[in-house]
Design a protein around this ligand. Sequence first.
Ligand code: PEP
Ligand code: MN
Length: 336
Amino acid sequence: MILVMKQNATEENIKKIIETVHSCGLKTHLSTGESLTIIGVIGDKKKLLEKNPGLFPGVERIIQVSESYKLANKKFKAEPSVYDIDGVKIGGDNFCMIAGPCAIESKEQILEAAQCVKKAGANILRGGAYKPRTSPYSFQGLEEKGLEYMKEAGEKTGLKIVSEVTSIEALNTAKDYVDILQIGARNMQNFELLKAAGKADIPVILKRGLCATIDEWLNAAEYIMSEGNERVILCERGIRTFETSTRNTLDISAVPVLKSKTHLPVIIDPSHASGVREYIAPLSRAAVAAGSDGLIIEVHPHPECALSDGAQSLNPTDFENLCAELKPFISLMGRK
Ligand code: PEP
Ligand code: MN
């Protein structure tokens, strides 16, 4: 349930409502926007309505929220969420470019990757240290050593860094190294991991599960947010369909659908969505046009030698050309 406050509602009105709601054992979420102040009520609202059947002073109207996700719901917060990570902004009218290799393979490789994606215009470096590989015999990642190399590459280039965590243990290690945590498609419904990410004070990129509906995905975001960490970024990375020409099928419609349901930033991963290097550029253009808040793209200094996902990785030159090509599209969409 949401209480929309009148324009002339006082601080005292708001304070009183919050106190009453809490006294019924329910939680509140206050959102003070430029034009609208709204108080979200989370929990069994019957208790509150029994205690206070009418409208509270200062309340203009009550909106019922039928969706099970509340904090992620646009009805709870009308303005788009924007996160400022030491000057790098995600969401709102900002467009973020995240790029780097699928996996951190060595100190030299991640530094070379960082330098080339920085030169092309990326502001965040990606790289996996804990790799959720389909086969147990494939390269599993350098774990903490990889995070050390990546942190060093981030510091040398001034790029923020993001890396995936596949377990609570990995999360506890990674949070001392990275600026953004990533929870991958395979773990989108690992609820214990989501709750642990909710207790960390770091933004989280939450990728869409391979077969997850948008509602399941938003509920996964709610798991993180309900633990206190509201800085979630949703990443569409393709879903499983009957189509085999691409690794997954990019659900471009997820962008406008999410924009109508949530205030959380939405980014696109054309690399895992397609699995094919030559499709990255057209899918990136589509992402910008659909209103995505950014892209996350796999770039490897030498894709032919990559230990994972070489076939979908761009080389530095192709990535630089793509960034240059996307620039006017990004401006056209009113993004910086
Ligand atoms: C990745 O980003 O390296 C990754 C494994 O992605 P996903 O979880 O989308 O498969
Ligand atoms: Mn990958």
